[in-house]
Structure formats: C-alpha cells, structure tokens
Write a new protein. Structure first.
Length: 94
C-alpha cells in the first residue's frame, strides 16, 4: 500500500472509532440517597429575604414605569429608531 491509501484508511478507522470514545466520559448516575431539591440555582446561592425581595421588586417596577414613560416621549417626539435607544437611556438616568 502506498502512503495516501494508508492515510485514508487510518482516517476512516479514526472516524469510526471517534463516536465511541465519547461514551467513556459520561458522568455516573447520582446515588439514590441524593435528595437535594432541584431549584435551578447553584447550591451556594441563597435567595433574598422577603423585605429585600419586595424592595427589589418595587425598584424594578419604578424602573419599568420610567422606561414606559420615556418610550412614550420618544414616540411622541418621533425620534428615529436608531437614536431612540440612547434617548430612552438618557431619559431614565435623568
């Protein structure tokens, strides 16, 4: 066999074996005693207490109202779409 034929043969063997190499790295199943709740958060994270959450929600609602007002002003002043984003950002920061 000449060199190009060997190269093609080696490549084909590698491609055939490559999909099976990935199965050896799969993580083992978790033990049945693991009863940690699935919250979608990392276990080292905590949620804020109720007063802090209410304060954050209030701040977000004020920001939403402010943004809605700025959008309304932008459409009333007929600010072009490309400049509207900057206008809204500046309006919120006032």
């Amino acid at each position: 066999m000449n060199r190009p034929t060997k190269l093609i043969l080696a490549t084909m063997i590698l491609f055939c074996a490559a999909p099976t190499l990935g199965y050896g790295q799969a993580s083992p199943p978790s033990p049945p005693g693991n009863t940690a709740p699935v919250t979608g958060m990392r276990p080292d994270r905590t949620t804020a207490d109720r007063p802090a959450r209410q304060k954050m929600q209030q701040r977000q609602s004020v920001l939403r109202q402010k943004r809605a007002e700025c959008r309304k002003q932008a459409s009333e002043q007929k600010i072009p779409l490309l400049k509207r984003r900057r206008f809204i950002r500046d309006c919120i920061n006032r």
